[in-house]
Design a protein around this ligand. Structure first.
Ligand code: GDP
Length: 460
C-alpha cells in the first residue's frame, strides 16, 4: 500500500472508536472538504461558517430520513491533529447508525480511510516526526506501566531529540568536508580531522547505549520471555494459572492433559512476563531432561528467565542437583522453585534449604508464597533498569537504523585512520546521516511510510 499524491488530497472517513456497541461512537473525517461534506447531511447550524474547536448539536439526515441526533466537533485547518480540516461526529453507539452515517458520507464524496492514514497525514504535515508517529501506535497498544512510559516519552519527542542532536553535530562536519571538496586544488582543511574523530567517537558511544537499550526496550514492549521448566506433574500449569489468578487452563492429575486456552502473559509490578511455549507444558516430554536435546536448549536459551519447578514430594536431591547443574550450564538466569510444600516431608525441606538456600518454597495448588515468588522474579529482572530516565529504543526499525549508523561511523573512523580522500570520508558521513534520518523520517521512502502506517488500525 502506498498513497499517491491524489489520494493524499481526498477527504477520508473512518470510525475512530472501537467496532461494536458502545454508548457513543465517534466518526472522524479529515481533508479539505471534511466540513463541507458533513454540512451537506447535517441539519443544525451551518458548519461551514462555524469557528474552529466548536461543538454543534443537530441531526444527520439521508434526504428526509433522520439517521441520528449527533454532536459535531469542528477543527479548522491547520489547528487539528492532521493539520487538515477535521470533523468528529459523535453518534449513538450502534453499528447500524455508524454504517449508515459512513455510507452517507462516502456518497457525499468522502473515501474510507486506510489503516493509519490519519496519523500518516499528521506526519506528512509536520505534526510530529516518524518516531513520534510510531510511538502513537505503541501508546495505543501499551498494556503495562513500563511500555506506557516508554511510548509516552517517545511520543513527546525524547528519542527524536536525541537523534536530531546527534545528527546536527554530524551535519556540520559533513558540510565542512564537502566544502573542502570544492577547494581540492588549494589543500585547505575546514574541518579538523582530530575534532571529527572526537565527535565520531562520542557519537559511537551514544549510539552504542541506544543499541544496548533495545534489549530492554524489547522486553518492555513484548514482555520478559519466561519459561516454566519442570517434569510432568511438577505443577507447571497450576503455577501459571495461579500467577494468572484465573483458572484458564484445565489442570489434571494425568500428566500432560493441560489443554488450550492458556493465556500466557502476566503483569507483575508493571512489567509484562511472556510465558513462552506454554503449549509445550502439554507435551509429555520432560523439559529438564530434554535440555540435552539441542532444539529444546535453543528454545530455553531464548528465555530471559527460567522458573525451574519441581515437586517436593516426588523429586530427590540427586535429581534436583543434576537439573540445577544443567540449568547453570545453560547460562540463563533461573529460579529454583520447590512446589507442593503442603504435602512435602519437612525433613526434606530442611535438607534442601541447607543445600540450596535460595530455593523458593511454594504451593501452587494452595496459592502459598506466590507473593514471595513474584518478588524474586522481579528482583531477578532488576526492575530499576526500567525506571531510568534514559532513552530506551523499543522499535526494531530504529534498532536496525542505529546498527547501520554504527557501521557507517566505524567506516568514518577507519577512513580517518587510513587518511582516505575527502570524498570517501564525506560519503561515509552522509551514509551515517542517512540512517539517523531514517529514524525520525527526515529520510523516507513511500514504501517505508506505507509499511509503518499500514500497521496501525483504521481510524488511527
Ligand atoms: P504440570 O504437568 O507440570 O503442568 O502439572 P499440573 O499443573 O498439571 O499439576 C499436576 C498435579 O499436581 C495436579 O493434580 C495439581 O492439582 C497438583 N498440584 C499442583 N500444585 C500443587 C500443590 O502445590 N500442592 C498439591 N498438593 N498439589 C498440587
Amino acid at each position: 500500500m502506498s498513497f499517491s499524491l491524489h489520494e493524499r488530497e481526498d477527504t477520508i472517513v473512518a470510525l475512530a472508536t472501537p467496532q461494536g456497541v458502545g454508548a457513543i461512537a465517534v466518526i472522524r473525517l479529515s481533508g479539505k472538504d471534511a466540513i463541507r461534506l458533513v454540512n451537506q447531511v447535517f441539519k443544525g447550524k451551518n458548519l461551514e461558517t462555524a469557528a474552529s474547536h466548536t461543538i454543534h448539536f443537530g441531526t444527520i439526515r439521508d434526504g428526509e430520513k433522520i439517521i441520528d441526533e449527533v454532536l459535531v466537533s469542528i477543527f479548522v485547518a491547520p489547528k487539528s491533529f492532521t493539520k487538515e480540516n477535521v470533523v468528529e461526529i459523535s453518534t449513538h453507539g450502534s453499528s447500524y447508525i455508524v454504517n449508515q452515517v459512513i455510507k452517507l458520507l462516502i456518497r457525499q464524496g468522502a473515501r474510507p480511510a486506510k489503516p493509519g492514514e490519519f496519523t500518516q497525514r499528521a506526519f506528512l504535515h509536520g505534526q510530529f516526526d516518524l518516531a513520534q508517529a510510531e510511538a502513537v501506535a505503541d501508546l495505543i497498544h501499551s498494556d503495562s506501566e513500563s511500555s506506557h512510559q516508554a511510548a509516552i516519552s517517545q511520543m513527546r519527542g525524547g528519542f527524536s531529540n536525541e537523534i536530531q542532536h546527534l545528527r546536527s553535530e554530524l551535519i556540520h562536519f559533513a558540510s565542512m568536508i564537502e566544502l573542502e571538496l570544492d577547494f581540492t586544488e588549494e589543500d585547505v582543511e575546514f574541518a579538523s580531522r582530530q575534532d571529527l574523530r572526537v565527535l565520531v567517537e562520542k557519537l559511537l558511544r551514544e549510539i552504542e547505549l541506544l543499541i544496548a537499550s533495545f534489549d530492554l526496550g524489547n522486553v518492555i514492549k513484548n514482555g520478559v520471555p519466561t519459561v516454566i521448566a519442570g517434569k510432568p506433574n511438577a505443577g507447571k500449569s497450576t503455577l501459571l494459572n495461579a500467577l494468572l489468578n484465573e483458572e484458564k487452563a484445565i489442570v489434571s492429575d494425568i500428566a500432560g492433559t493441560t489443554r488450550d486456552f492458556i493465556e500466557d502473559e502476566i503483569n507483575l509490578g508493571g512489567v509484562i512476563f511472556r510465558f513462552i511455549d506454554t503449549a509445550g507444558l502439554r507435551e509429555t516430554t520432560d523439559t529438564i531432561e530434554a535440555i540435552g536435546v539441542s532444539r529444546t536448549q535453543e528454545k530455553m536459551k531464548t528465555a530471559s528467565l527460567i522458573l525451574y519447578l519441581f515437586d517436593l514430594s516426588d523429586t530427590d536431591m540427586v535429581e534436583i542437583n543434576r537439573d540445577i547443574n544443567k540449568l547453570e550450564n545453560l547460562g540463563v538466569p533461573f529460579l529454583k522453585v520447590a512446589n507442593k510444600i503442603d504435602k512435602a516431608n519437612p525433613l526434606f525441606i530442611n535438607k534442601l534449604r541447607e543445600k540450596h538456600p535460595d530455593t523458593i518454597f511454594i504451593s501452587a495448588g494452595q496459592k502459598e508464597n506466590l507473593d514471595l515468588l513474584k518478588n524474586r522474579i522481579l528482583e531477578l529482572v532488576n526492575l530499576d533498569k526500567f525506571r531510568t530516565g534514559n532513552t530506551i529504543v523499543t522499535n526494531i526499525r530504529h534498532y536496525d537504523s542505529l546498527v547501520k549508523t554504527r557501521q557507517s561511523l566505524l567506516d568514518v573512523l577507519a577512513g580517518l585512520d587510513h587518511e582516505v580522500t575527502n570524498d570517501f570520508l564525506a560519503m561515509d558521513i552522509r551514509r551515517s546521516l542517512h540512517y539517523l534520518g531514517e529514524i525520525t523520517g527526515e529520510i523516507t521512502t513511500d514504501d517505508l511510510l506505507a509499511n509503518i502506517f499500514s500497521k496501525f488500525c483504521i481510524g488511527k
